[in-house]
Design a protein around this ligand. Structure first.
Ligand SMILES: *Cc1c(COP(=O)(O)O)cnc(C)c1O
Length: 435
């Protein structure tokens, strides 16, 4: 195996650290949780990515989800080029926004109307505002380990008592701002029932990732999701699925289609912009009619519905709609990788586990598959860091954290997966246990 040099990336990182906090524009990119330094990218195509030292990788980050067809697919590039020729932003409506909204609504039954925004953070923040406006209630409920972007009221963790409200996870978020955010345990319906009983008629919405992808991959259990649906209907609480990761990836209609459960509202991001900055929130007509200017709940965006982003997203989503076989391919690759990893773990008696949902996977360095955040926290993150570095050196770029998923794309071939499994076998033999 050739020895890789990361000299140029090291230099670029030092330069960046002088003018950008931590050298990056989003924290996970700094590779801190694996004790490393980021690789700086020069380009990417299909399943491959090249850094500025010329190292080639099989990329399993895929921009954290959008690259469901791999990097720089020609149909998306063409759509972006054609849109750019017509002007990149007007601040006035275009028909393309309506086509995009129609497409999202057709894909997702509870989505009768949709509002485009610029990020997943904006989507969840705005959906929650609409839910509060619609119900006239202030409290919201989220789950420990689910991530919905970085808006103030969502940067919380569970308080000390089971029935207390959350506490901020970041300086700069006043305790006052999160006092209306309740935090429950994922896949634990009883924890939600208890909070609902303690706050009768006060909870506007329950927001969750139906397939959690931000504490590593932790799929929601069908009974748990069904229980939430029933509880919400009974209590007049709006159920919001944050499908920023799972939407158009788990299935064309997201986790809602996969599980056969419709929420009242949904948030999209990542994939729907095909790599351009986009988010969207949608829901039943009577809820969305509360949003300004149709209704009194204010929400706006200068660049929302941006022509380039709409063109890129529309090109990608229509392709996915018209080629359902892409999902078979994504699922097959995910299964190939998950089965292969499990075989290696069993053969080498390594106490780790593999979670898979279609093209999303996580290798958890804990023997039993986690079902919620506390269990995820039992993982051996030092082992993960060694595994990550060994895979990087072998030419496989994994998300630099135990608490992120592997994102496969339709551009990953069976041969790519075989290469990854070979690399994984060596990496796990060398690095997993014990030191
Ligand atoms: C990434 C993510 C967000 C936030 O999206 P941004 O575009 O980064 O603001 C929200 N929810 C989920 C589930 C995500 O994975």
């Amino acid at each position: 195996m050739q020895v890789r040099s990361y000299t140029q990336s090291g230099r670029a990182f030092a330069e960046a650290c002088r003018v950008i906090p931590g050298g990056v524009n989003s924290p996970v990119r700094a590779f801190r949780s694996v004790g490393g330094k980021p690789v700086f990218v020069s380009r990417a195509k299909g399943s491959r990515l090249w850094d500025i030292d010329g190292n080639e990788y099989i990329d399993c980050i895929g921009s954290w989800g959008p690259m469901v067809l791999g990097h720089a697919p020609e149909l998306v590039n063409e759509a972006i080029r054609a849109a750019a020729e017509q002007g990149v932003s007007y601040g006035l409506p275009t028909r393309q926004e309506t086509r995009m909204a129609e497409l999202l609504c057709a894909a997702y039954p509870c989505a009768e109307q949709v509002r485009m925004v610029n990020s997943g953070t904006e989507a969840t923040m705005s959906a929650i505002r609409a839910a509060r406006g619609f119900t006239g209630r202030d409290k919201i409920l989220k789950f420990e380990g689910c991530y919905h972007g970085h808006s103030d009221c969502l940067l919380v963790q569970a308080g000390s008592g089971a029935l207390t409200f959350g506490v901020p996870t970041s300086p700069g978020v006043p305790a006052d701002v999160v006092k209306n955010t309740l935090v429950a345990r994922y896949n634990d319906l009883a924890s939600v029932e208890a909070l609902a009983a303690a706050n009768p008629g006060q909870i506007a919405c329950i927001i969750l990732e139906p397939i959690a992808g931000n504490m590593g991959l932790v799929p929601g259990q069908a009974g748990f999701l069904r229980g939430l649906r029933e509880l919400c209907t009974r209590e007049g609480i709006l159920l919001i699925f944050d499908e920023v990761i799972s939407g158009f990836r788990a299935a064309f209609g997201g986790a809602a289609q996969l599980y056969g459960i419709q929420p009242d509202m949904v948030c999209f991001g990542k994939i729907i912009g095909a790599g351009l900055p986009v988010g969207a929130y949608a829901g039943r007509r009577e809820i969305m009619q509360c949003v300004s200017p149709a209704g009194p709940v204010y929400q706006a965006g200068t660049l929302a519905g941006n022509p380039l982003a709409m063109a890129a997203g529309y090109a990608l989503l229509t392709h996915l709609r018209d080629h359902p076989e892409v999902y078979d391919q994504l699922n097959a690759r995910g299964t190939q990788l998950a089965d292969g990893l499990r075989e290696i773990l069993a053969r080498r008696s390594i106490p780790a586990s593999v979670a898979q949902a279609g093209s999303l996977l996580t290798l958890f360095f804990t023997p039993d598959l986690p079902g919620h955040f506390e269990q995820v926290m039992t993982c051996d993150t030092d082992a993960f860091a060694r595994w990550h570095k060994a895979m990087l050196d072998a030419g496989v770029l994994l998300a630099p954290s135990q608490f992120e998923a592997i994102f496969l794309s339709a551009a990953h071939t069976a041969a790519d997966i075989d290469f990854m499994l070979d690399a994984a076998d060596t990496a796990l033999a060398k690095t997993a246990f014990p030191r």
